[in-house]
Every structure is written in C-alpha cells, then in structure tokens.
Design a protein around this ligand. Structure first.
Ligand code: DQA
Length: 147
C-alpha cells in the first residue's frame, strides 16, 4: 500500500506556529515518525506540503495513478475550498481529513469543514498522533476489514 500525505498552508510553520495549539514538533519531525509507523504497518508513505491551493489540487489528482489513498490536512482551506473538495470527489481513492487541533473547540469559522462530506473520515484534536490514527484507519478501510 502506498499512501500520499498532503499538508496544506502554514503547516510548514509547525514547531514555531502557535505551539500551544499545534505542538512543538516540526512537520519534518512529525512526518519522520509517521514514516517509521508506516514501515511497521507494512506500507509506504510519501508526504508533500504546500501553501498553494493549486498544488494540493494537482497532488490529489496525481495520487490516483500512484497511490492507494490520501491523508490530507488542508489547513484553513478545509473551511472554504470547494475546489479541494471537488478534487477529492474527482478521484476514486479514499481520503481521510486530519487536523492537529480540535476544530470544533475553536473559532466558529473552523467548525465548518467543506471536505468532511467527501472523505471517509475525519480526525481532529489528537495533535501529531492524528496522522498515525488516520493511517491506521485508512489501512483498515483499504483492507476491507470490518468497521
Ligand atoms: C488545522 C486547523 C485549521 O483550522 C487551521 O487553519 C490550520 C491547521 C489543524 O491541523 O488543526 O492551518 O488544519
């Protein structure tokens, strides 16, 4: 199994950005840990980050040919990007939405995700561990195991 992990805007600032909300680890550190976890689970991950909406859309499209599923933290695009939502529905792969913070316990504009209807599940509020939870959930789904 090959899983594409996409991180969106401002997530390259992890470690420096509001550490009480997003934690002290950098995105590189979080992805390194996830790569290790992935090996242990017998799968491979590739991770990409961009601050630009079009990059996220292109990577979602490209995932269809080389990957079995997508894990996506779209950052603030989560709350309003119909273009990213349409990119997810344009491919036949399952996607999981991740948020480090609990978006429902924060400002009201974060309570809406325009992506949640088109992903197989959402993980929000578990910090960096959320990526591993998403990976486990996605593999479980891909293997067709009972819910
Ligand atoms: C986030 C939550 C979003 O509301 C915010 O804009 C982010 C990060 C999270 O991981 O908690 O950039 O997706």
């Amino acid at each position: 199994m090959r899983i594409l992990v996409i991180n969106g805007p401002n997530l390259n600032r992890l470690g420096k950005r509001e550490p009480t909300i997003y934690g002290k680890e950098t995105l590189e550190q979080i992805m390194e840990t996830l790569e290790e976890k992935a090996k242990g689970l017998g799968c491979e991950i590739v991770h990409k980050q961009s601050n630009h909406e079009g990059d996220l859309i292109d990577w979602i499209h490209q995932a269809e040919t080389d990957f079995d599923g997508v894990i996506l933290n779209a950052g603030a695009f989560t709350h309003y990007s119909y273009a990213i939502r349409d990119a997810i529905t344009s491919i036949s792969l399952p996607a999981i939405e991740v948020h480090l913070s609990n978006i429902y316990a924060r400002e009201s504009f974060r309570h809406t995700s325009v992506l949640s209807e088109v992903v197989i599940g959402q993980i929000s509020g578990f910090g960096k561990v959320g990526y591993e939870l998403a990976l486990r959930g996605l593999l479980h789904y891909l293997k067709g195991e009972e819910r």
